[in-house]
Design a protein around this ligand. Sequence first.
Ligand code: FE
Length: 197
Amino acid sequence: MFQHTPKSRRRFLSDTVAVVSGAVATGLSLRLLAQNARLTPTPECKPGRATSAQTEGPFYSPRTPPKANFRADAAGEPIVLEGYVLDTQCRPLAGAWLDFWHADSAGAYDNAGFRLRGHQVTNAEGRYRLETILPAVYTGRTRHIHVKVSAKEGGRILTTQTYFPGEPGNARDGLYRPELVARKSGALLAFDFVLPA
Ligand code: FE
């Protein structure tokens, strides 16, 4: 299998930024940008440093269906969250398991079924892509998306949350961590999950 080295990955990311800049300059629509471009994920992987773990909170439901597109689950503003699952040497992990869940556009979770809940696996490049809607804030929490990540289904799980930049609620949320903020351009968010060794 082709393995990215940190150096080749940096070059890929700088190329991606150039593509994004060029797309903006030529006036391509944000929709096209969101479909085709890739943002530099935040934070860039630093060898030896895994993504911080966070509480799963009170609303996790196990045994989710395989689902990478939540758009049919609930009305709301479309967003995309995408990125890599990496090991602590910043190598992409193909076939890694991610289980996402988040609030709807009224700030409510579906605790009876699997609306806005689903798992997926990374592709051969170690990438995931979640097409969903913008979660609303709810009492005591800033805007966030929950996730459990594992190198493979049934393996050791990293539970964490990712956050949105520039949210007024970030500073008031005791769980919020700046290192868990995704990079954002319009409807496209990017975050890489780095699994502990
Ligand atoms: Fe939550």
